[in-house]
Unconditional design. Structure first.
Length: 105
């Protein structure tokens, strides 16, 4: 099953606008984090915090896909699952922002 993982990443890039935006921002943040970080730990925190956002975004997309696959009817648990996975993305974004504000500026 591992051979399909690479293709799925490409699929996420094609189909998920938020993930696409995060990849583009990574292309900017990667060299900036390397330049601003004063040592390997700070560089890891700066770049890693953004990679965490991308991981959580992929998990959010997976939850939404599974909920949508279950059926089109509205259900309280489906809405809760989508809301919680979106909240996880927001928490990851907040963590990344605080990390960058603290270490880079």
């Amino acid at each position: 099953m591992h051979w399909r993982a690479g293709g799925r990443r490409l699929e996420a890039f094609r189909n998920e606008a938020a993930f696409r935006q995060e990849v583009y921002l990574l292309l900017f943040l990667l060299p900036l984090g390397w330049w601003l970080g004063e040592g390997p730990v700070e560089r890891l925190l700066l770049i890693g915090s953004w990679l965490l956002v991308m991981i959580v975004e992929l998990l959010n997309s997976a939850v939404e896909a599974v909920v949508d696959r279950v059926g089109p009817e509205r259900h309280e648990l489906s809405g809760r699952a989508k809301d919680l996975s979106s909240a996880a993305v927001m928490v990851a974004l907040l963590l990344a922002a605080l990390t960058w504000l603290r270490l880079a500026f």
